[in-house]
Design a protein around this ligand. Structure first.
Ligand SMILES: [Zn+2]
Length: 130
């Protein structure tokens, strides 16, 4: 059997974004499976949340990268986020910081930052390879 490929999503717990995230990851990154790491307002949690939450996210990314061989970590922020009620501009500033945080972990991965708008369309805004 061919080896199954994985990518990693750091995503909001919001039920409305799960399918758009999964669809985008599978289509754009051409992977078989997506490891989902969810928090309410992950872009806020990673930049202004408790350190334990950041460490917990890092532990989960480590499993995805080391055990599943993920080579892409994508961080998603979205409109109408109950965990981080803020403007798109504020979300993008936080998202940019999140990309830097994940890059600082020094995993052998490409790091993406994505915005999901009020119509659940996914827009790629940061790419560590770009
Ligand atoms: Zn949210």
């Amino acid at each position: 059997m061919a080896k199954r490929t994985f990518a990693t999503a750091i995503n909001c717990m919001d039920g409305r974004v799960q399918e758009p995230v999964l669809r985008w990851m599978k289509q754009q990154l051409e992977v078989d499976h997506v490891d989902m790491i969810t928090e309410p307002g992950p872009d806020k949690m990673m930049t202004a949340g408790p350190l334990e939450t950041l460490e917990s996210i890092k532990r989960r990314v480590t499993i995805s990268v080391n055990a599943h061989g993920s080579r892409v970590v994508a961080i998603f922020a979205h409109a109408d986020c109950a965990g981080f009620p803020a403007s798109k501009e504020e979300h993008l500033i936080a998202l940019c910081k999140c990309v830097d945080v994940v890059k600082s972990w020094m995993f052998p991965v490409r790091v993406l930052g994505l915005w999901i708008d009020a119509d659940w369309q996914v827009e790629q805004v940061f790419d560590s390879k770009a």
